[in-house]
Design a protein around this ligand. Structure first.
Ligand code: PLP
Length: 391
């Protein structure tokens, strides 16, 4: 399958080369004229039409190997809002949404839209996933005031779903998984991340994710009734007779977006594997740096995340400027972490965040994309090492 990888280049990549941090590659609508005409002829452009139905059933059979059910959404943020609302009820028992501070702002915004206050916990030093002891300490401290547990599968890393299901059962607090980056991630046993989850796992298909479309998302779990409820909620809370029977919103995916999702599904295995290989090359070429420990077999990567050695922590901005000068797009997801954002200082509560603070300050995000070659990674790493030495 042609996925736009340039032919093998000489190890000497042109120094004038510009390599962006992200290079979104959604399926090309300009190459899907026939399929677009079919949508036009069907006369159905949204409302869980035939293309959307085909995508939902194909992702269940191909990616989740026949286990579970799913509903598409217009984006993962709406998916999180629906899943939280469904799990906690119209008037939640508690007031907090337990989540890591080391996540994207959408996780916390979704909780706020459901009337909840984000309660930030620390992360594990190795996997950068929410720290189990930190979560349990906050659950002991806030008890019944916690309405929902919302772990984030950091950078597509695999959460221990069995542990979360047990935690949820024992505490009686519902669970919603922010698996936004994880469409294409594989658990240790080779299953797609989320497969078999009884709690809703919310995935994103945003252009910047490995599973890139334009805007889109997916809620997956093993319970088809819950998925049916979420589908009604995503369609204004209307039932089959178009009577409002529950809280709802418009979170439906259009048929054109579903077509892009269907196309991306055909190549996700290949591109996720290729991105993971680039990440391994980064780790091999940067031996003095710290990388995320994988809890699963493979993460669906958006970029390569690397920690600067401690002594270079104050030099990050300078290193990024030098990389930019050399044509390399680099960033620092998720730094500042959420508890540092001005809005959440007023509208969230935090536990201890020492590990989050250290890791976010040392974080550098380096390019990964479907078009990036191994020669590019060699080029980026030599410039990165040089920029660190200069600093
Ligand atoms: C991308 C992302 C989201 C939001 O996904 P959208 O589809 O853009 O709404 C939420 N949480 C995390 C952790 C993400 O990385």
């Amino acid at each position: 399958m042609e996925i736009g990888i340039s032919p093998v280049q000489s190890p000497l990549v042109s120094p004038a080369l510009h390599i962006p941090l992200l290079a979104p590659r959604p399926p090309r609508l300009s190459a899907l004229g026939h399929e677009l005409e079919e949508i036009e002829q069907s006369g159905q452009f949204s409302n869980f039409g035939p293309v959307n139905s085909r995508f939902e059933s194909e992702i269940i059979s191909k990616m989740f190997r026949g286990t579970g059910a799913c509903v598409t959404v217009a984006n993962a943020t709406l998916g999180l809002m629906l899943a939280i609302k469904q799990a906690t009820g119209w008037r939640p028992r508690g007031k907090y949404a337990l989540m890591p501070s080391f996540t994207f702002t959408a996780t916390a915004q979704a909780a706020l839209w459901c009337g909840l206050t984000p309660l930030f916990c620390d992360i594990d030093r190795d996997t950068w996933l929410p720290d189990a002891a930190a979560e349990e300490a906050l659950l002991r401290q806030y008890g019944e005031d916690v309405a929902v547990i919302m772990p984030n599968a950091t950078y597509g890393n695999c959460l221990d779903l069995a542990r979360y299901e047990q935690l949820s059962r024992e505490s009686g607090i519902p669970l919603v998984i922010d698996a936004a980056a994880g469409l294409g991630s594989l658990q240790m046993n080779g299953d797609a991340f989320g497969r078999g989850s009884t709690a809703p796992a919310v995935f994103s298909m945003h252009a910047t994710k490995c599973f890139a479309t334009g805007e889109g998302g997916l809620i997956y779990c093993t319970d088809p009734e819950r998925i049916a409820t979420l589908r009604r909620m995503a369609g204004f809370g209307l039932d089959a007779a178009r009577i409002t029977v529950m809280p709802g919103i418009n979170a439906k995916l259009s048929e054109v977006s579903a077509l892009q999702a269907l196309e991306k599904l055909q190549e996700i295995g290949l591109i996720a594997r290729r991105r993971a290989a680039l990440q391994r090359l980064y780790a091999r070429l940067l031996p003095g740096f710290t990388f995320q420990i994988l809890a699963g077999r493979q993460s669906a990567l958006q970029f390569a995340s690397v920690l600067l050695p401690n002594h270079l922590r104050p030099k990050r901005a300078q290193i990024l400027i030098e990389l930019a000068r050399q044509g390399i797009g680099a960033g620092h997801y998720f730094s500042p972490h959420l508890a540092e954002h001005p809005y959440y200082r007023e509208h969230a509560v935090s536990g201890r965040l020492e590990v989050t603070q250290e890791i976010s300050e040392r974080m550098i995000s380096l390019p990964i994309s479907d078009k990036l070659t191994k020669a590019h990674v060699h080029h980026i790493c030599s410039l990165f090492i040089h920029a660190c030495r200069e600093a």
